[in-house]
Ligand binder design. Structure first.
Ligand SMILES: [Zn+2]
Length: 130
């Protein structure tokens, strides 16, 4: 995972619904980027473990809700394993969102996930599409 403070600008493979699929030209790994509030100024990149076909299929379903819920779950489950500097950036972002309007804190008024509560649940959709 890369955070807004240091994410690499990778070529775009597919622009989805507020989520973009990128591919690293060096190692061919896929990454998904999402600009988070406030003002879309807090982009996170999360490693996409499947191909572009599954990204395209899930982007076309329910306004890409499954992709967004998976991306949020990756942030929630991994941010504490970032470097100390990056953790401090994420803490500042949590403050900017009142420790409420972000996928880590998920304040009570925020919509609860419908499809993906934990990262591992994405595998269900990958199997279903084979
Ligand atoms: Zn690479």
């Amino acid at each position: 995972m890369w955070t807004f403070g240091n994410y690499p600008r990778l070529p775009e493979v597919q622009v989805g619904n507020w989520i973009t699929l990128h591919r690293c030209p060096d190692c061919t790994a896929y990454w998904c980027s999402v600009p988070h509030e406030p003002y879309g100024g807090y982009t996170f990149l999360t490693a996409w473990p499947y191909g572009s076909e599954l990204f395209e299929q899930l982007n076309a379903r329910d306004n890409a809700t499954i992709l967004h819920e998976w991306h949020d779950a990756v942030i929630r489950e991994n941010w504490m394993r970032l470097s100390a500097e990056e953790v401090s950036w994420v803490e500042q972002w949590r403050d900017r969102t009142y420790r409420h309007y972000n996928p880590i804190d998920r304040g009570p008024e925020m919509k609860q996930p419908r499809f993906i509560h934990e990262v591992r649940e994405l595998a269900r959709y990958a199997n279903e599409s084979c």
